[in-house]
Design a protein around this ligand. Structure first.
Ligand SMILES: CC(C)(COP(=O)(O)OP(=O)(O)OC[C@H]1O[C@@H](n2cnc3c(N)ncnc32)[C@H](O)[C@@H]1OP(=O)(O)O)[C@@H](O)C(=O)NCCC(=O)NCCS
Length: 164
C-alpha cells in the first residue's frame, strides 16, 4: 500500500537582531553564497561598529534552530546601504530574503532615513528580481566591478530605494 504524499506544512520564521556572537554562523552562510567570502572575524568587527546593524531569520519555535539567512546594513547621515544579504540555499524562495529587507526598511523608516542603496552583480537574477520587487531602482553601473575565481569580471549595478 502506498501512502499519500501530504503537502509540507508551511514553516514559520522569526526575525532577530544580529549580534557579534552570530558572526560564525553568518560567515558559514556567506561562504556558501559568495566566491569571495567574508570571515567570522570580519563579521564580528563589522557588527561591533555603531552604524552597522542587521537581522537574521530562523525557524520559529524550534530551540536553537540553525540560521536560515541574514542581512547586514549600515546607516550614516540619513543614508543607508545593504552591505550583504544571503539566504542558505535550502531555505531560498520562501520569502526570507524579502522578510530580511523588510526588517531593514522598517528600522530605516523608524530612524527617518532618506534612502537605502545597494550594489549587486548585474548577472545575479534572483537578487535583481527581489530588489526590483521591493522598489529599488538602478542609479548607476560599475563595469568590471566583480571578479570571479576564474578571472571573469561582471559589472555592478548600484540601486536605490527612496524611503520618503
Ligand atoms: C537573493 C536572495 C537573498 C533571495 O532570497 P530568497 O529568500 O530566496 O528570496 P525570496 O524568497 O524572499 O524572494 C522574493 C522574491 O524575489 C524574487 N526572486 C527571489 N529568488 C528568485 C529566483 N531564483 N528567480 C527569480 N526570482 C526570484 C521573486 O520575485 C520572489 O518572489 P516570489 O517567490 O513570490 O516569486 C538569495 O537568492 C541568496 O541568498 N542568494 C545568494 C546570495 C546573494 O546573491 N545575495 C545578494 C547579493 S547582492
Amino acid at each position: 500500500m502506498r501512502f499519500p504524499l501530504w503537502p509540507r506544512r508551511p514553516r514559520d520564521y522569526a526575525v532577530e537582531t544580529l549580534e557579534p556572537r552570530h558572526a560564525g554562523a553568518i560567515a558559514a552562510i556567506h561562504q556558501e553564497s559568495f566566491a569571495r567570502p567574508w570571515s567570522d572575524v570580519e563579521f564580528a568587527a563589522l557588527l561591533g561598529q555603531e552604524p552597522v546593524f542587521g537581522y537574521l531569520v530562523r525557524e520559529a519555535g524550534r530551540h536553537a534552530s540553525p540560521l536560515a539567512g541574514f542581512v547586514l546594513a549600515r546607516l550614516a547621515a540619513g543614508e543607508a546601504e545593504i552591505l550583504t544579504i544571503a539566504v542558505a540555499r535550502v531555505y531560498q524562495r520562501q520569502g526570507l530574503g524579502w522578510k530580511l529587507i523588510d526588517a531593514v526598511l522598517r528600522r530605516l523608516h523608524a530612524e527617518r532615513a532618506e534612502a537605502l542603496f545597494l550594489e549587486v552583480d548585474e548577472t545575479n537574477a534572483p537578487a535583481l528580481a527581489l530588489y526590483r520587487r521591493l522598489g529599488f531602482r538602478e542609479v548607476g553601473r560599475r563595469p568590471g566591478y566583480y571578479r570571479s575565481k576564474d578571472g571573469d569580471s561582471t559589472g555592478a549595478l548600484v540601486m536605490r530605494r527612496d524611503l520618503r
